[in-house]
Design a protein around this ligand. Structure first.
Ligand code: AMP
Length: 281
């Protein structure tokens, strides 16, 4: 496994590969790696002979009041974890390489990214789309692997890649949970043990709704009420959004759920904002 820090070195890397015989899969991350990220690496290795993991905490997807400075930075541990996986290269560019002085071009999504996370974080998807397109242009992967944990992000990236005719295939890899049900996230380290206990209401609520759905419940209000009741069992979690949408276009269902659906939610537990989802059907 090699670590590549320079953009030119990354270009030399993909040029050195016989693209007819070997495919490249890119797993973009912000580091602080956990089993969720590592499952994306495994998915990448199933699809391609060469797996590249990028670790870059992208400043343009954080608003000024957000946790860019506090975001966990654990590069040595991340490299040690990746060394146990079939990773060919870890790409760790610096912010000044990706956004040099005088930088001025951004990509913004005008549809799927406007709702849900885009309401509270209006510049988030612009930062994500911009950095993903840049990383894709630098690494030239055949496959781009994203987690369905951040389902809206996965859909926004998929749309951006299609809209801009970028020659790569976006893959959505399953959400990975901790043994207690909490969706794995680099931000979980911010939770105190009491907050973590309270946060379990999120996954428990989503599981409750999925059971109701399996038992035949299709009324959106009943499904959402089951999630809400579990989350609000504890006093402190505050629901930012909770909705049932069509999985392909993120259109909200207001009445009966009758095609592949997903429940999306964002919940604030103390200072920590957690997002989670469950796919129905
Ligand atoms: P991040 O480092 O948080 O920007 O995440 C990098 C990638 O890992 C994104 O595609 C995320 O959707 C994915 N990811 C993060 N947490 C999980 C998880 N619990 N299960 C699956 N994928 C995840």
């Amino acid at each position: 496994m090699r670590q590549i820090t320079q953009l030119t070195e990354m270009t030399d890397y993909y040029r050195s590969i016989d693209r007819l015989r070997e495919k490249i899969a890119l797993v973009p991350t912000m580091g602080a790696l956990h089993r969720g990220h590592l499952s994306l690496v495994e998915e990448a290795a199933r699809l391609a002979q060469r797996v590249v993991v990028s670790i870059f905490i992208n400043p343009t997807q954080f608003a000024p009041h957000e946790d860019f400075n506090a975001y966990p930075r654990t590069l040595d541990e991340d490299l040690a974890k990746l060394a146990d996986y079939p990773v060919d290269a870890v790409f760790t560019p610096t912010a000044s390489q990706l956004y040099p002085h005088g930088y001025q071009t951004y990509v913004s999504n005008e549809g799927l990214g406007l709702g849900f996370c885009g309401i509270k974080r209006p510049t988030f998807f612009k930062g994500v789309c911009t950095v993903v397109l840049k990383l894709t242009n630098i690494v030239r992967p055949d496959f781009l692997i994203f987690g369905r944990k951040d389902f809206q992000q996965f859909k926004v990236v998929e749309q951006m890649i299609a809209d801009l005719h970028v020659p790569t295939q976006v893959i959505g890899s399953p959400l990975v949970r901790d043994t207690d049900g909490l969706a794995l996230s680099s931000r979980n380290v911010y939770l105190s043990s009491e907050q973590r206990r309270q946060a379990l209401g999120i996954s428990q609520g989503l599981f409750a709704a999925a059971s109701l759905y399996q038992a035949g419940e299709r009324r959106t209000q009943a499904l959402l009420a089951a999630v809400k009741a579990r989350i609000e069992q504890s006093p402190s979690p505050v629901i930012e959004y909770l909705a049932i949408c069509q999985r392909d276009n993120l259109q909200e269902y207001s009445e009966l759920v009758n095609s592949p659906a997903i429940i999306l939610c964002a919940v604030q537990v103390g200072q920590v904002r957690l997002i989670d989802n469950i796919e129905l059907g």
